[in-house]
Design a protein around this ligand. Structure first.
Ligand code: PEP
Ligand code: MN
Length: 334
C-alpha cells in the first residue's frame, strides 16, 4: 500500500502517521519528491483502516498494491481450483450444467424435472427448498420436506443436488446435501459464511444484487479462511438502471474473476434476465465468456410454477440450449 501525502503535510502530523503505522507492525519506506512525499507500507497491510487513513487531512490518496483477499487470489494459487461436487468436477476446464426448478414444489415435480434435465445432459440438479422471497406472503419453499423430495430425485437420477441454505440453524438438515448454495441476499451474511467454512461441503456462492467483485471475493475468502476451499462463484446479475430485464448480467465478471481468482465461475442467466426467452442467448454468451458452468431454471409447467415461472425454461427448451452450449464450448475451446 502506498500513501501519498498532501504537499503541505506538517512534519509532526507525518510523524504521527508513521508511528501509527509502525505500531501496526508495518515497516515504512519514505519517498521524498520535490513537491510531494509518499510512504510505502511494507508488510501485511490488510488490517490497516484505509478509509480512516484516506480521511486524514495530510493524506491525498491511498493506493492499494495488493488485494485484501489471499486464499481465493490467483496470485497465491496460480492453478485453477477444481471443485468436486460429489464426483462432478467444476472448474479447470470442467464445465458443469446445473438445472432444475426455482423451488421444489412436490415429489412428482422435482423427480420429473430431474429426469428431463438429466436426459438433456445436466450434471447437477438444483431446486430451492428454503426460498428467500421479497414478500413474506409469497411461497417460501417446502423446507425439510423439499429436501426429502430432492433426495428422492437424486436417487432416481443419480444427479447430485444443489440447494440453498438461508439460516445456519438449518445446517444439520443439509448433512447429505451435495452442494450448498448461498443466495445473493446472503452473500454478506458473514456468520453464515464462516460456519460454512467449517464444513467440507462445496459452496455455490452467488454474487449479491449490488455487490462488487472485490466484495464477492472477500465473501469467498470468509469461507476459505475458515478452512473450506471448495467454493464456486456465481454471477447472477446485478441491479442497474436496466428497465426491461430483472437484473443486468455482468458478463465481464467471468474473465475478470478468472484473472483475480483460481475459483470456478458459473453464470446464472435465469435470475440475471428474469425472462425465459432471454435465458438461452445469455447462457450461450456466458459460455463463450469462459464460464465453468451454468445454472438454469427449468420447470415442467412454467405457467403453474410457484416461483420464478417467467424465467423458467421448459425441459424441451433446456435440451435445445444444452446442445447449443456444447457446440459453443467446442468452438471456444478449439
Ligand atoms: C435461486 O437461485 O433460486 C435464487 C434465489 O437466486 P438468487 O439468490 O441469485 O436471487
Ligand atoms: Mn429462482
Amino acid at each position: 500500500m502506498i500513501v501519498i501525502l498532501r504537499h503541505d503535510a506538517a512534519a509532526e502530523k507525518q510523524e504521527e502517521l508513521v508511528c501509527w503505522l509502525e505500531a501496526q507492525g508495518l515497516k515504512i519506506q519514505r519517498f521524498d519528491g520535490e513537491f510531494q512525499t509518499a510512504i510505502g507500507l511494507i508488510g501485511d497491510a490488510s488490517r490497516v483502516d484505509v478509509e480512516l487513513m484516506s480521511g486524514l487531512d495530510i493524506v491525498e490518496k491511498v493506493c492499494r498494491v495488493s488485494e485484501p483477499y489471499r486464499d481465493c487470489s490467483r496470485k497465491h494459487h496460480p492453478q485453477d481450483t477444481v471443485v468436486n461436487a460429489c464426483g462432478v468436477p467444476v472448474g479447470g476446464g470442467h464445465f458443469a450444467m446445473i438445472a432444475g426448478p426455482c423451488a421444489v414444489e412436490s415429489e412428482e415435480q422435482i423427480v420429473s424435472i430431474a429426469r428431463a434435465v438429466k436426459a438433456a445432459g445436466a450434471d447437477l440438479l438444483r431446486g430451492g427448498a428454503f426460498k428467500p422471497r421479497t414478500s413474506p406472503y409469497d411461497f417460501s419453499g417446502l423446507k425439510a420436506e423439499g429436501l426429502k423430495y430432492l433426495r428422492v430425485a437424486r436417487e432416481e437420477t443419480g444427479l447430485p443436488i444443489v440447494t440453498e441454505l438461508m439460516d445456519i440453524r438449518d445446517l444439520e438438515l443439509f448433512e447429505d446435501i451435495d452442494v450448498i448454495q448461498v443466495g445473493a441476499r446472503n452473500m454478506q451474511n458473514f456468520d453464515l459464511l464462516r460456519e460454512l467454512g467449517k464444513t467440507r461441503k462445496p459452496i455455490l456462492l452467488k454474487r449479491g444484487l449490488a455487490n462488487t467483485l472485490r466484495e464477492l471475493l472477500l465473501s469467498a475468502e470468509y469461507i476459505m479462511a475458515s478452512g473450506n476451499e471448495q467454493v464456486i462463484l456465481c454471477e447472477r446479475g446485478i441491479r442497474t438502471f436496466s428497465d426491461y430485464t430483472r437484473n443486468t448480467l455482468d458478463l465481464s465478471a467471468v474473465p475478470m474473476l478468472h484473472e483475480l481468482s483460481h475459483l470456478p465461475v458459473i453464470v446464472d442467466p435465469s435470475h440475471a434476465t428474469g425472462i425465459a426467452r432471454l435465458v438461452s442467448p445469455m447462457a450461450l454468451a456466458g459460455t463463450a465468456a469462459g464460464a465453468d458452468g451454468l445454472m438454469i431454471e427449468v420447470h415442467n409447467d412454467p405457467m403453474k410454477a410457484r416461483c420464478d415461472g417467467a424465467q423458467a425454461l421448459t425441459p424441451q427448451a433446456f435440451a435445445v440450449l444444452a446442445d447449443k452450449v456444447r457446440r459453443v464450448r467446442e468452438t471456444v475451446m478449439a
